[in-house]
Design a protein around this ligand. Structure first.
Ligand SMILES: [Zn+2]
Length: 226
């Protein structure tokens, strides 16, 4: 427990330092001058491939609508990897801004935001959950409450390196809804960093629907192919 608190404090300090010591007139990818006021220059921004079409994840009568902001390649891959593995919260802020645009274009009615929980192993290793960072940043900008509503009940293998079918089997029923009174009757937005087969998002959304959520929409920073 003590360890968790120290890690949370280190995480907050890192967030704070990365924000006050980065000037937004320098592109974080190419380091060139940027007057775009979003830590990314015009050229790098134009290389990001936007993903505008919502899609559906279907299984066993459940039909979950999902939105991704970007395609997982080039600069997007770099931004996600920096947020996920290098505590680069400026990369996270860039992704947040783009995800909020996607959310605005989708015209959804959302009452609560939640996020895909990290495995204990990853949380120990990184000290923070990148999807929680994205959810909280989106919640702060949109004034929508962010609540932890899911927990992982099964330790699973890392999805990276598994085939599509293996990913569905690996993650099958490994999430559970918590804080049931917050879930019942609510329209919930589930945040993840990257969606690949949709298995993780599906089982998280299903866990919320099983606990009585009215509807669940998924929003991810990027959409990837295996
Ligand atoms: Zn640039």
């Amino acid at each position: 427990m003590g360890n968790e608190i120290i890690k949370n404090i280190i995480y907050l300090i890192k967030c704070f330092l990365s924000i006050i010591y980065t000037t937004n007139d320098c592109c974080i990818i190419c380091k060139n001058y940027s007057n775009e006021n979003m830590f990314l220059c015009k050229e790098c921004n134009s290389k990001i491939k936007r993903c505008n079409e919502p899609f559906e994840i279907k299984l066993n009568g459940f039909n979950i609508k999902a939105y991704s902001s970007l395609y997982y390649s080039g600069i997007t891959k770099e931004l996600i990897s920096r947020l996920k593995y290098k505590s680069d919260f400026i990369a996270g802020e860039i992704l947040t801004k783009i995800m909020i645009e996607t959310l605005g274009n989708a015209h959804l009615t959302i009452e609560l935001i939640t996020f895909v929980p990290a495995t204990r192993k990853n949380l120990r290793k990184r000290g923070y959950n990148q999807t929680e960072f994205l959810a909280k940043a989106i919640g702060r900008e949109t004034n929508i409450k962010v609540v932890r509503l899911l927990r992982k009940v099964k330790e699973t293998k890392d999805q990276i390196g598994l085939s599509g079918e293996e990913r569905w089997l690996n993650i099958n029923n490994s999430y559970e809804g918590i804080n049931k009174k917050n879930i019942i009757g609510k329209s919930i937005l589930l945040i993840d960093d990257v969606i690949t087969t949709g298995a993780t998002a599906f089982y998280c959304a299903k866990a919320l629907l099983d606990k009585g959520a009215k509807e669940v929409h998924v929003l991810t920073g990027a959409k990837s192919k295996i």
